[in-house]
Ligand binder design. Structure first.
Ligand SMILES: NC(=O)c1ccc[n+]([C@@H]2O[C@H](COP(=O)([O-])OP(=O)(O)OC[C@H]3O[C@@H](n4cnc5c(N)ncnc54)[C@H](OP(=O)(O)O)[C@@H]3O)[C@@H](O)[C@H]2O)c1
Length: 287
């Protein structure tokens, strides 16, 4: 593993990165730890998490990192994660919601929610909501949501949000990435004046494990066009750490530049509606 070069310091900052055992999340954790941050790596597998932690420490010659194990498809595990984190830490400077899945066939979490929607959107929503008071107390603080350019081909199908009538893996993925942007925009609006910023990004088209479920015949040609996880992590690291984006909120970034996201993702009514549905589906307000 080789990290991107940076000269900014994150010393004294406490950072949480989800999905930190592989791909973009692993390099994000590595880079931020290299800049002096104390990094909590959230991983669903203890074995994979420990291996990644060891590799990162070896690669940077130390660093302050810890592992917290949580399956983010489970809302009770997200609640336990948020509680345990707050027992250990009295601040959180940066939350990077990065964990994501691409699921070809319809599947349900143990909470009875379609898996793509649960992991890619509701986990971002619930974890952030549970840590929001801590982030506010730690202001100026930052939330970074890893979305995708795939959002551009999606609309929010509020009549069949979880693909119960008709499921398509790619459609579910694109909709979940659109949800990341709508969530970012609505949260930025709600956090105005709090000192907590929230931005989202497209990392590029990156050689990670994300599309491992694709048939090899599709995956292999795709790999020729892919960038490295190091390139994929650059915008996450930038949004988490750079003074350039201090105070910047509610934006969508590609290659460290704020760009326009799709018209659908800028629909304030959709963002409000998604927020309300998400509150109910996560039990933050009664269903
Ligand atoms: N790769 C791309 O081209 C691309 C493009 C646009 C956006 N993105 C976004 O980038 C983010 C990172 O993906 P990646 O490309 O780095 O893929 P990846 O290598 O597959 O990493 C995904 C991470 O999420 C974790 N994860 C998945 N389900 C989880 C769950 N239920 N609980 C906890 N952790 C879970 C994975 O853990 P396991 O190892 O245990 O599965 C893994 O650590 C995702 O949000 C993805 O949508 C990627």
């Amino acid at each position: 593993m080789t990290g991107t070069k940076t000269n900014q310091s994150m010393a004294g900052k406490i950072v949480m990165v989800t999905g930190a055992n592989s791909g973009i999340g692993k390099i994000t954790a590595l880079e931020l730890a290299k800049m002096g941050a104390t990094v909590t790596m959230v991983c669903r597998s203890r074995d994979k998490g420990e291996e990644a932690l060891r590799e990162i420490k070896e690669s940077i010659g130390g660093g302050s990192l810890e592992l917290m194990v949580a399956d983010l498809s489970s809302q009770s595990e997200i609640r336990t994660l948020a509680e345990e984190f707050q027992k250990k830490h009295d601040r959180l400077d940066v939350l990077v919601n990065n964990a994501g899945v691409f699921v070809r066939q319809p599947s349900m979490t143990r909470d009875g929610i379609e898996t793509t929607f649960a992991v890619n959107h509701l986990a971002y929503f619930l974890l952030t909501s549970l840590l929001l008071d801590l982030l506010k107390r730690s202001a100026p603080s930052r939330i970074v949501n890893v979305s995708s350019r795939a959002h551009t081909s999606a609309t929010m199908n509020f009549d069949d949000l979880q693909g119960e009538r008709e499921y398509g893996g790619w459609r579910a993925y694109c909709q979940s990435k659109l949800a990341n942007i709508l969530f970012t925009n609505e949260l930025a609006r709600r956090l105005e004046g709090s000192g907590v910023t929230v931005n989202c990004l497209h990392p590029g088209v990156i050689a990670t494990g994300l599309f491992r479920v694709l048939p090899k015949i599709l995956e292999l040609p795709l790999r020729i066009f892919l960038s490295s996880p190091e390139t994929g992590a650059e915008t996450s690291v930038y949004l988490a750490s750079s003074p350039d984006v201090e105070g910047v909120t509610g934006k969508y970034f590609i290659k460290k530049r704020a760009v326009a996201s799709s018209p659908e993702s800028q629909n304030a009514e959709s963002a409000r509606r998604l927020w309300e549905v998400s509150e109910r589906l996560t039990g933050l307000i009664p269903a």
